[in-house]
Ligand binder design. Structure first.
Ligand SMILES: NC(=O)c1ccc[n+]([C@@H]2O[C@H](COP(=O)([O-])OP(=O)(O)OC[C@H]3O[C@@H](n4cnc5c(N)ncnc54)[C@H](OP(=O)(O)O)[C@@H]3O)[C@@H](O)[C@H]2O)c1
Length: 266
C-alpha cells in the first residue's frame, strides 16, 4: 500500500522514547523527512543516532525543546522551517499531567493552572504555529496523542482526564475549521502502553496503594480484554495511517488503541 508519505516533512515532539520514538521510526520507514525533539539533549541525540542507523537514507533534524514552553516551541518551529522550508505533519506528543489519586479538593488553583499550561496548552500552541503554513500549502496533518482518560474518567487520573477531554474537543473544533484547506486533525487515545511513562505510573501507583508493581501490572493486564499491555509500535501503526493519504477523508475524530479496554460503545 502506498502511504503517500515519501518526502513529507514530519515533526514529532517527545520523540526520544515511548510512543513518540515509535512514531518517528514508522515515519522514517515511510520515507518522511524528520524533525524530532525532546527536553533532554543527550536522549534526543541518541534517538537521532538510532534512527540514522536503522534508516540510513533518512533526513533528520533533532532539536532540544520543551514543547510546553512558548518560546522554545517558537524556536523549534523557526529552526525546523529554516531546515526544511515546510512542515506537513505534526505529531503532538508530550508529557501528560502528574499521576495522583488525591482528593480533588486538595488540588489548588495553581495545580490546575499547571495542568492547563502543560500538555493541553502545549498541543494548542504547537498546532497554532503550524496551521498557517499547512493551510497555505493546502495539505497538512496534525495528530494529537491524547489518552483514554479523557473519555473514560478515572479517579486516579483526574488531572490528565480533564486535559485530555479538552484536547479531544479541541481536535474536533479545529478539524472543522481546517478541513476546507485539506488540513486534517485527529487524536489517538492510547490505552495502557508499555513505555517509560507507564512504568513510572506503576511506581507511583504501587507506593500509594502499598502494593507491588507485579501485583498492579497483573491487575491492569486483567482489565484489558486482549489480555496484555500495548506496544508503542501498535499506537504508531494508527498514527502513520492517519498521517497518510489512506486517511484522506478522516478528520476530527479520536480513535483508541487500547486492546478493547474502553467500556463505552462509541
Ligand atoms: N503510555 C501509556 O500507557 C499512555 C496512555 C495514555 C496516554 N499516553 C500519552 O501518550 C503520550 C506519550 O506517552 P509515553 O508513554 O510514550 O511517554 P514517555 O515514555 O514518558 O515518553 C515521552 C517522550 O516525550 C518527551 N517529552 C515529554 N514531555 C516533553 C515536553 N514537554 N517537551 C518535549 N519533549 C517531551 C520525553 O523526553 P524528555 O523527558 O527528554 O523530554 C520522551 O521522549 C503522553 O502524552 C501520554 O500522556 C500514554
Amino acid at each position: 500500500m502506498d502511504l503517500g508519505l515519501t518526502g513529507k516533512v514530519a515533526l514529532v515532539t517527545g520523540a526520544s522514547a515511548g510512543i513518540g520514538y515509535a512514531v518517528a521510526e514508522k515515519l522514517a520507514e515511510a520515507g518522511c523527512k524528520l524533525i524530532i525533539c525532546s527536553r533532554t539533549l543527550n536522549s534526543i541525540k541518541q534517538a537521532e543516532q538510532s534512527l540514522i542507523k536503522d534508516f540510513i537514507d533518512v533526513e533528520i533534524f533533532s532539536f532540544c525543546a520543551d514543547v510546553q514552553n512558548a518560546e522554545q516551541s517558537q524556536s523549534l518551529i523557526q529552526e525546523s522551517l529554516q531546515r526544511f522550508g515546510r512542515i506537513d505533519i505534526l505529531i503532538n506528543n508530550s508529557e501528560g499531567a502528574s499521576f495522583s489519586g488525591e482528593a480533588v479538593e486538595n488540588l489548588s488553583d495553581d495545580d490546575w493552572q499547571t495542568v492547563f499550561e502543560g500538555k493541553l496548552m502545549g498541543y494548542i500552541r504547537m498546532s497554532n504555529l503550524v496551521l498557517p503554513g499547512m493551510k497555505n500549502q493546502q495539505w497538512g496533518r496534525i495528530i494529537n496523542i491524547v489518552g483514554t482518560s479523557g473519555k473514560e474518567p478515572s479517579s486516579r487520573l483526574i488531572k490528565s482526564g480533564v486535559a485530555n477531554a479538552a484536547l479531544m474537543n479541541f481536535t474536533k473544533s479545529v478539524a472543522m475549521q481546517a478541513a476546507k484547506y485539506n488540513v486534517l486533525i485527529t487524536s489517538v487515545n492510547p490505552g495502557v502502553i508499555d513505555t517509560p511513562r507507564h512504568r513510572q505510573y506503576l511506581e507511583v501507583f504501587a507506593e500509594e496503594e502499598n502494593q507491588t508493581i507485579d501485583f498492579l501490572r497483573g491487575k491492569i493486564t486483567n482489565s484489558i480484554p486482549i489480555g496484555r499491555l500495548g506496544f508503542s509500535s501498535e499506537v504508531a501503526n494508527l498514527v502513520i495511517f492517519l498521517a497518510s493519504e489512506c486517511a484522506s477523508y478522516i478528520t476530527g475524530i479520536t480513535i483508541a488503541v487500547d486492546g478493547g479496554m474502553s467500556s463505552s460503545a462509541f
